[in-house]
Design a protein around this ligand. Sequence first.
Ligand SMILES: O=C(O)[C@H](O)[C@@H](O)[C@H](O)[C@H](O)COP(=O)(O)O
Length: 259
Amino acid sequence: MSRTEVVVYATPRLLAAAAAARLVTRLVDLQAAKGSASLVLTGGGTGIAMLEQLRDSPARDAIDWRRLDVYWGDERFVPGGDPERNEKQAREALLDHVPVDPDRVHAMAPSDGEFGADPDAAAAAYAAVLAAHARPEDHGDVPTFDILLLGLGGEGHTASIFPESPSVYETERSVVAVRHSPKPPPTRISLTLPAIRQAAEVWLAASGEGKADAVALALAGAGEVQLPVAGARGQRRTLWLLDRAAAGKLQRVYQPPLA
Ligand SMILES: O=C(O)[C@H](O)[C@@H](O)[C@H](O)[C@H](O)COP(=O)(O)O
């Protein structure tokens, strides 16, 4: 049975720092329990800020970076050196500063990579990577990710799944190409909601009043077609990490710690 938790922090900086601290603790516990851990990264300012805080955390190297499997929830389908790439931003924010095992970092292909400018081929290839790393106990072609990080947009997108877009209706494939994304750049690759729901824990991080409506609607039970982030649930845990502004329209009072 999955549980939903909401934690509110006074400011975006506290949110990013506390989320990083949570990641250290949770990843260390997972590695102690089963020898390795898997983490799915997200793009966007909130997600990258968490990685920067993790990079600067004094407890950072309690994580055994060589026993961490890193994936992405979505990627902008642009050339590998493009500053818009989630992978490039994640490497600059964290991965280039810690001794991860390169063979355990699974990036989605860029538009100047082996699949050229074909996002469908790149999406299919990433689905094959996921299938290759799924184990029998995962009961399908997507690994049971330990922690899957997500941001969300003010209109309710998450990863690169946008309201009433073809990707939100996908029930078979784990990874799809996204075209005409309302959020630039226009072409992307994204895990689908069924793949996201394969994760043991989904952590949703949001800051700013622009996200408050989407947060409140999702927690009030909105449908995933109109509000894809409402469909982003972990098998065991869905953790909302919010700043006070993003939590501003929640009916229940979640006591933000004093600033
Ligand atoms: O590649 C992307 O753009 C992200 O995956 C996207 O889903 C992002 O997480 C949200 O749009 C929130 O972005 P901000 O944190 O910058 O608001």
